[in-house]
Design a protein around this ligand. Structure first.
Ligand SMILES: [Zn+2]
Length: 140
């Protein structure tokens, strides 16, 4: 869903969205719709957008050890701040700004919740996933 920045100004927007068509790469399949709930609020003075919410998802991953598919349920709470891409901050590169403040940049005049969910999921999913069986073996 693309949320226009203009629609957030001076009020809280409730987000409740189900998504199925998010590209997480060829090794990850979405088993049941990803559910995003949360509240988006705009700080009118600075144009920062705060987004606090929760993502639940059931994904099918491929175990790096036994190469079998397994399902993983995720329940991720998040709180992020998004900054508008600004022309008058040309002395600081965008990347530096993001790393320094742990914030994200949005482009244009809307925030795309699908992009946010994709980013958070990719950050959360382990790069070398282990299935429950292999995890148990590893710990014994
Ligand atoms: Zn395994």
């Amino acid at each position: 869903m693309k949320v226009p920045i203009a629609s957030i100004q001076n009020k809280i927007i409730e987000i409740h969205e189900k998504m199925l068509d998010i590209n997480l790469g060829s090794n990850i399949t979405i088993v049941s719709p990803i559910v995003l709930t949360g509240e988006m609020v705009d700080d009118a003075a600075t144009d920062k957008v705060h987004f606090k919410g929760r993502i639940t998802a059931k994904l099918s991953l491929i175990c790096v050890q036994c190469l079998e598919k397994f399902e993983e349920a995720l329940d991720i709470g998040f709180e992020e701040t998004y900054l508008p891409k600004s022309e008058n901050k040309s002395d600081i590169s965008e990347k530096e700004l993001v790393e320094d403040l742990d914030m994200f940049i949005y482009h244009g005049d809307y925030i795309d919740t699908a992009e946010i969910v994709r980013g958070i999921l990719l950050e959360t999913i382990p790069p070398y996933p282990l299935c429950h069986k292999c995890r148990a073996l590893d710990n014994s």
